[in-house]
Ligand binder design. Structure first.
Ligand SMILES: Nc1ncnc2c1ncn2[C@@H]1O[C@H](COP(=O)(O)OP(=O)(O)O)[C@@H](O)[C@H]1O
Ligand SMILES: N[C@@H](CCC(=O)OP(=O)(O)O)C(=O)O
Length: 361
């Protein structure tokens, strides 16, 4: 944790809160709440993104055999969430800390009004020293409306509130160069802004109750670090894990934060799934956008346009070879943009303030 951390988002995976047989690990839960209270005592603002609703519900109610897979998840999550949040309230209350519950879906991050309403709520809770406890609303979020997992939700929340740190607690110490259970496997302890892609080391294997897997965790960690948030993937089963992180003594996979992006850019950076169009730019425009100069995307640098986007929609920006360079908010609709392709002296299609160029192509 860097010296300037004021706000930290802590994500706790299903496997951290469950024992081998899938039953809730209430002792582990209590230890983690005690550590979050320690961080609060050090003056940090803490936001908790917690999995575990499905896991808690699964053990509380056997379902009739013909219940389909989606209904099972929805039923278990909607039952388990009650026990999950009740336990958190009980544990935080013992230390005099009030908590709040937010149940969200991916749609709440697409719509800018929803986004700003949620940000307003979170800012209000943090100002009043209330710990927000956030989970995906599994009762309504199925298939394409789902986050890949709560790692993605945690990254979106960290960007939304301009958190300084994001810690993803799972059931291994971090990303290994081999299988995590192999004693000879090396733990990757540091990931710099220019570190090559780590996906070569990551198997699709997931822990028993996890949903996303290490690949989504790594992807979200790198994207968050690219937005200026320091990230750690660490073992939530390790005693004192949050204390060790606070004291900079934690064995984990640490992602070095890049340049801090403003909040508009953080929202846009996470909007790839909502893009309504695509513009291919020429080499001159590509060079300008990748430079350190403050540059908007001008029609003179556009080669082609796809999609019938409207003013205000998010559009993808790709280089002449079709490689995604970034995202931006369209200042006018696709028809107007088509009329301006290649013309100089025109209003930017994407203004710099609403332009996000990923440094991780
Ligand atoms: N290279 C790797 N290093 C560490 N863990 C890995 C790696 N590749 C795959 N994994 C798996 O990813 C799992 C953690 O992801 P996940 O199951 O989604 O946990 P969580 O429930 O905490 O999100 C680990 O338990 C491990 O089995
Ligand atoms: N909303 C779900 C979250 C599932 C999820 O993302 O799990 P994990 O990959 O263990 O963090 C639940 O509470 O079970």
């Amino acid at each position: 944790m860097n010296h300037k951390t004021n706000t930290i988002v802590i994500k706790i995976g299903s496997n951290v809160l469950t024992m081998e047989d899938g039953s809730p690990d209430l002792i582990r839960m209590a230890k983690l709440v005690d550590q979050m209270v320690f961080l609060l005592g050090k003056g940090l603002k803490v936001v908790l993104v917690t999995s575990g609703a499905v896991a808690f519900g699964r053990k509380s109610l056997p379902l009739i055999p013909k219940t389909d897979a989606i209904s099972k998840k929805q039923v278990w999550a909607s039952i388990g969430q009650i026990e999950l949040i009740r336990r958190y309230k009980e544990l935080f209350s013992k230390h005099g800390h009030p908590i709040a519950q937010l149940m969200v879906t991916k749609e709440d991050f697409r719509d800018r009004t929803h986004y700003l309403n949620m940000k307003n709520c979170l800012d209000g809770l943090l100002k009043n020293n209330v710990v927000p406890v956030i989970n995906e609303n599994d009762a309504v979020a199925v298939t394409e409306l789902m986050f890949t997992d709560n790692d993605e939700l945690a990254g979106l929340v960290a960007a939304m509130i301009d958190a300084d740190s994001l810690i993803l607690l799972t059931n291994v110490d971090g990303i290994y160069k081999g299988h995590p259970s192999d004693p000879s496997s090396e733990l990757i302890t540091f990931v710099g802004q220019k570190m090559p892609d780590l996906s070569q080391y990551i198997s699709t294997h997931k822990s028993s109750f996890g949903r996303g897997g290490m690949l989504t965790k790594m992807t979200m960690a790198k994207k968050s670090a690219n937005l200026g948030i320091e990230v750690a993937i660490a073992n939530g089963k390790k005693d004192e894990v949050l204390i060790a992180y606070f004291n900079k003594e934690l064995k984990c996979t640490y992602f070095e934060p890049g340049k801090i992006k403003d909040n508009h850019k953080k929202w846009i950076a996470h909007s790839d799934n909502y893009s309504k169009g695509e513009v291919t730019i020429n080499e001159g425009a590509q060079k300008a956008l990748l430079s350190d100069k403050i540059t908007s995307l001008l029609p003179v640098g556009i080669l082609s346009i796809k999609g019938n986007f409207l003013k205000g929609d998010i559009i993808r920006i790709v280089d002449p070879e079709g490689t995604r360079l970034g995202l931006g908010r369209a200042e006018y609709n696709a028809n107007t943009a088509h009329e301006k392709i290649g013309l100089s002296g025109q209003k930017p299609l994407v203004h710099y303030d609403y332009l996000y160029i990923s440094e991780l192509n």
